[in-house]
Design a protein around this ligand. Structure first.
Ligand code: RRO
Length: 338
C-alpha cells in the first residue's frame, strides 16, 4: 500500500511532475514504466465503466519537430475495473519514488461516473485504500456526438454538485482516516468572462471538496493537413482533433494564470495542475511562476518516453539553483507584469 498523503499542498510541492492522463498510461505495462519514473505522481488513462476501443486509426500524429501533436483517440481504455485492480496489486517496491496514485474518470454520463465512484468506495473491496486522488475529466474533445461538459456552464454546475454530494456521502461511509483528493480536468478557456464563469461555479460547489483543477486538456478541434497526400493526418471526425505540444503553451499558461489570480481574489483554496506544451525544466518553471502547484507532461512524454521526467526535473533544479530559489514556493504565482 502506498503512503498516506497527510496534506495535498505539501504533497504537490514535493515533486511537481505528473503524466497527463491519456499519454502512455492506459495499460499495466505503461503504468509500470511511469511508476518507475522520476515523476512525482502517476495518473491513469481516463476510465469508463466498460472497456472501449476508441476511434479508428490513425488517431494520433506528432510533427517531426515535436512542437505539435493532434489526437482523436476517442477514450480507448481498459475499463475502471482494470485500473482498480492495477492499483490494488501495485507493488510498493516498484513504487520506489512513492508516487501518488491518481485515477482519471470520464464516464459517458453522470450516472456512469457515480457508478464508478460506487466501485471505488465499495466497503468490501476497499479500492479506495489504494488511490490517493480522483480526477474527473470534463474535457474530452474527441467523443463523437458528445459536447464538452466544461463548456456548458449551467449544466456543469448541476453535474458537479451531484457528483460531489455522492462522493462526499460515499467517502464518509469509509474507514479512511485521510481524504482521497478530488479535482477536475478542464478544457482551455479563451475569454475572461469564461474564467470568471468557471470560478463562480467552483466557488458555489458544496462542501469545499474540490481540491484542484487540472488545466488545460488538449485544444479542441484543430486540423492538421499533410501537403503531400493532400489529406488530414488523423482519420476520425474528418481529421479534427485535440492539439498538444509547444504550440499550445501560451494558451495553457493563460489558463493557469487566469484561474490562479481569480482563485486568490475569491479566497478559494483550489490548487492548479498546469498542463500544455511542457517539454523542459524552463517550461515547468514558467507554469509554477504563473501559479501552478503541479505540472503535467503529455505530448513530450509520448515523444521522449518516461525518461523525460528525469531530464525535466534536473533542468528545473539547475534553473532554480541559478536563480537562487530553494523551493517551488519561493516563486510560485509570483509572475510580474512588465
Ligand atoms: O481519448 C481521447 O481522445 C482524449 C481524451 Br479522453 C482527453 O481528455 N483529451 C484528449 O486530448 N484526448
Amino acid at each position: 500500500m502506498a503512503q498516506p498523503i497527510p496534506d495535498i499542498t505539501t504533497f504537490f510541492a514535493d515533486n511537481p511532475l505528473i503524466n497527463a492522463s491519456g499519454c502512455n498510461c492506459s495499460t499495466k505495462g505503461m503504468l509500470d514504466i511511469l511508476f518507475k519514473s522520476a515523476a512525482g505522481s502517476v495518473i491513469t488513462k481516463s476510465a469508463t465503466l466498460a472497456p472501449r476501443n476508441g476511434n479508428p486509426e490513425p488517431r494520433y500524429w506528432a510533427h517531426p519537430d515535436g512542437n505539435l501533436t493532434i489526437n482523436s483517440m476517442g477514450l480507448p481504455n481498459c475499463g475502471i475495473q482494470y485500473y482498480l485492480d492495477y492499483f490494488k496489486r501495485l507493488d510498493t517496491s516498484t513504487n520506489k519514488y512513492e508516487h501518488a496514485r491518481f485515477i482519471s474518470l470520464a464516464g459517458m454520463t453522470l450516472e456512469e461516473n457515480l457508478q464508478m465512484l460506487d466501485m471505488i468506495f465499495n466497503i468490501e473491496t476497499q479500492y479506495y485504500m489504494y488511490i490517493d486522488v480522483i480526477e474527473l475529466n470534463l474535457s474530452c474533445p474527441n467523443l463523437i456526438g458528445h459536447r464538452q461538459l466544461a463548456y456548458d456552464f449551467p449544466e456543469l454546475e448541476t453535474y458537479l454538485s451531484k457528483f460531489i454530494i455522492h462522493y462526499n456521502k460515499l467517502y464518509k461511509a469509509t474507514n479512511r482516516h485521510y481524504p482521497i483528493y478530488f479535482g477536475i480536468k478542464l478544457p482551455p478557456y479563451f475569454e475572461f468572462w469564461q474564467f470568471d464563469a468557471i470560478v463562480d461555479i467552483l466557488s458555489r460547489l458544496p462542501d469545499n471538496y474540490l481540491k484542484f483543477v487540472h488545466t488545460i486538456n488538449s485544444v479542441p478541434n484543430g486540423l492538421v493537413i499533410d501537403i503531400d497526400t493532400e489529406a488530414t493526418v488523423i482519420r476520425p471526425k474528418d481529421g479534427f482533433g485535440g492539439l498538444g505540444g509547444a504550440i499550445i503553451k501560451p494558451i495553457a499558461l493563460a489558463n493557469v494564470r487566469g484561474l490562479y489570480t481569480r482563485f486568490k481574489a475569491a479566497k478559494l483554496e483550489i490548487l492548479i495542475i498546469g498542463s500544455g506544451g511542457v517539454a523542459s525544466g524552463e517550461d515547468v518553471f514558467e507554469f509554477i511562476l504563473a501559479g501552478a502547484s503541479m505540472v503535467s507532461i503529455g505530448s513530450q512524454l509520448m515523444i521522449e518516453g518516461a525518461g523525460c521526467f528525469t531530464r525535466i526535473l534536473s533542468e528545473l533544479t539547475a534553473l532554480m539553483e541559478k536563480k537562487g530559489y530553494a523551493n517551488l514556493d519561493a516563486f510560485r504565482g509570483k509572475l510580474k507584469n512588465v
